[in-house]
Write a protein that binds this ligand. Sequence first.
Ligand SMILES: CC(C)(COP(=O)(O)OP(=O)(O)OC[C@H]1O[C@@H](n2cnc3c(N)ncnc32)[C@H](O)[C@@H]1OP(=O)(O)O)[C@@H](O)C(=O)NCCC(=O)NCCS
Length: 199
Amino acid sequence: MPEDGLTSPNGAAAPDFIVRPRSAADLEACRPTAELVQRVDGYPGAAVADIVDFMSCPDAYAAWVAVAGPDIIGHAVLKPSAAPGVLELACQASGRGADAMAVVGRLWVAPDHRRRGVARSLLATAVAAAHEAGLWPLLDTVATNARSIALYESAGWVRLGTVDVTFSGGLRLLLVAFLGPMPPAAGEPVQEAAPGGDG
Ligand SMILES: CC(C)(COP(=O)(O)OP(=O)(O)OC[C@H]1O[C@@H](n2cnc3c(N)ncnc32)[C@H](O)[C@@H]1OP(=O)(O)O)[C@@H](O)C(=O)NCCC(=O)NCCS
């Protein structure tokens, strides 16, 4: 451990946050920041009435928080379900069945802690967990979310195309589907996006 606790042996600045599994108590503790993100960034949209309910994802394989000191500054889950059409697109591109896939979602970072690699760390943690379970990660984001698209592209995720989804209640969203890194044991290359996608 370096003397100042901030500098790694190779001289790079150590992150001032950690990523750890989410506890039950973390969910309510996240509420003010998650509500802030919803208000400021519009993620998730206003149709989501209870942000804690949205984040909880009872069917999630795993969930994590990023923590800086006493504060929860980021969140992500790994889950089996995606918006209609997204999982199908990823299965088509990967050549795998839905039960071999895992969806990264509920990803956000507190506005005051952005551009410090927090989302990149949460994403890498979710990818590692998916791979450990032999699953191939995928995700989606709304097509207007330039920051998240930049994040996924910078992390090497493959853009598959767009999916026009109408949710119950009539909310219509254009989503961009991404396929993450292939699990090490899968052994087959990611296929090209199908013609007609905007990938
Ligand atoms: C998208 C979001 C999660 C990114 O979080 P973050 O912690 O700031 O992202 P990181 O610091 O890990 O960024 C990693 C890379 O992503 C890209 N990126 C992230 N934010 C970006 C931005 N505002 N503009 C351009 N590129 C960006 C960059 O390549 C960045 O690397 P760099 O900083 O070395 O250039 C955050 O802006 C957020 O919470 N937005 C609101 C909620 C949301 O949209 N969630 C995603 C739902 S799909």
